[in-house]
Design a protein around this ligand. Structure first.
Ligand SMILES: Cc1cc2nc3c(=O)[nH]c(=O)nc-3n(C[C@H](O)[C@H](O)[C@H](O)COP(=O)(O)O)c2cc1C
Length: 306
């Protein structure tokens, strides 16, 4: 049985619903032999800021039961280097590129968007307003609905391309932040970013990470992410969602689609299996074929509600 894997995230059509998640797949070109980025629904870049950032001091990653905690601190090459060095290759390969944007101020977000708008070959933007391990920006915007609406509206003015806002699982009121992003002009919501977490070294009696707090990702957060996708989908059924959090298999991806996500992103799984996003596309196809699902789009929001 042939399966139509294509999906729509608002106005953006994707050949399949599996994208690489920001910060876990570089700028899309590190793993071309193992996981060709053009074979995915799309690639979300590492978060880009106006200028390069060095990130936090090491260690920046700790393994935990069923996941990991990271405190990378948004290290990146800066938007200009991305546009000059990576984007031309991505364009040549016809990769669907979603640029993840991060700034310490609202102006910084707009600056990244303006620079990107000078270029061809960007399909959409994803605003990271939810990073739990930097001292300024990001987190504050994602936690305060009024600020988030203003930030989204300012970014909306800077581009006509699809604008996704990536929500924080750490926000006091998830649905309020979702509504604020939509009120500001977001076309879709990505959820979730990492869950604020701590690792402690018992012998040294010290936090493992120099900045103490980091973000938990991987299978440990999947049930939380599913709950959040479901809650936002039920509150705002018309808004396209992109589900993220602990997806390791095609079956995991199906669960997110059923909960209401139009597409999914794969992050931490890539650390163990660099070809994970591609494998998940194949597993999703096999699941649909076995279950008699002719088009993956049929699964979106198809969860039976008891
Ligand atoms: C090492 C690492 C770096 C990340 N960097 C970013 C980032 O720059 N911007 C962002 O929006 N999310 C970032 N994330 C969050 C992921 O994109 C994703 O939302 C989260 O890890 C949950 O998905 P997962 O469980 O599949 O990893 C990062 C995650 C990890 C593990």
């Amino acid at each position: 049985m042939s399966v139509d894997l294509s999906v729509a995230v608002g106005t953006l059509r994707l050949a399949n619903p599996v994208l690489s998640a920001s910060g876990t797949f570089g700028y899309g070109l590190d793993l071309v032999d193992l996981c060709p980025p053009e074979a995915l629904g799309g690639v979300v870049t590492k978060g880009l800021s106006p200028l390069p950032r060095a990130g936090n001091p090491p260690p920046r990653i700790v393994e935990t039961a069923a996941g990991m905690i990271n405190a990378i601190g948004l290290q990146n090459v800066g938007v200009d280097a991305f546009c000059r060095e990576s984007l031309p290759q991505l364009r040549q390969r016809r990769v669907v590129v979603v640029v993840n944007v991060f700034g310490e101020t609202m102006d910084a977000y707009v600056q990244v968007l303006r620079r990107c708008e000078e270029e061809e070959g960007i399909a959409a933007y994803e605003l990271n307003v939810s990073c739990p391990n930097v001292s300024a920006g990001g987190m504050e915007f994602g936690h305060e609905p009024q600020q988030l609406e203003r930030l989204t509206a300012r970014c909306r003015e800077a581009t006509e391309k699809p604008l996704w806002v990536k929500l924080s699982p750490n926000a006091p009121d998830l649905v309020a932040t979702a509504r604020a992003a939509v009120a500001g002009g977001a076309d879709a919501l990505s959820l979730i970013n990492t869950v604020r977490a701590v690792a402690i070294d018992a012998e040294r009696r010290r936090p493992v990470l120099p900045r103490v707090f980091g973000g938990l990702s991987g299978p440990a957060i999947k049930p939380i992410a599913l709950r959040m996708v479901l809650e936002v989908h039920r509150a705002l059924p018309e808004v396209p969602l992109v589900g993220i959090g602990g997806i390791e298999t095609g079956r995991d991806a199906v669960e997110f689609l059923l909960a209401g996500a139009s597409a999914v992103q794969v992050g931490t799984a890539t650390f163990r299996d660099p070809a994970a996003p591609l494998r998940i596309v194949r597993e999703l196809e096999a699941f649909c074929a076995a279950e008699g699902v002719g088009a993956v789009q049929e699964l979106v929001g198809a969860l039976a509600w008891p």
